[in-house]
Ligand binder design. Structure first.
Ligand SMILES: [Zn+2]
Length: 74
């Protein structure tokens, strides 16, 4: 049964296909600490569920934002 809901697109999907921002602890950059702060500003916590498409979107968005931050300080 599709009973999980993506916080962003509101689509329903299977519980085993849930993604959370916790998976970002495995990427080198941005650091996980930075990611958590970034998502907190967007109102997203470590326990919110997302579908694969939306977590990919956030993955790219946060990376862009992370890089932007460094350009500003150069
Ligand atoms: Zn979604």
């Amino acid at each position: 049964m599709k009973n999980a809901q993506c916080k962003k697109c509101l689509n329903k999907f299977y519980e085993k296909e849930i993604y959370t921002i916790q998976q970002f602890q495995y990427r080198k950059q941005p650091t996980y600490k930075w990611s958590v702060t970034y998502f907190d500003k967007l109102g997203i916590s470590e326990w919110d569920s997302f579908c694969e498409k939306c977590i990919l979107f956030y993955s790219e968005e946060s990376e862009k934002e992370w890089k932007k931050q460094f350009k500003l300080f150069i």
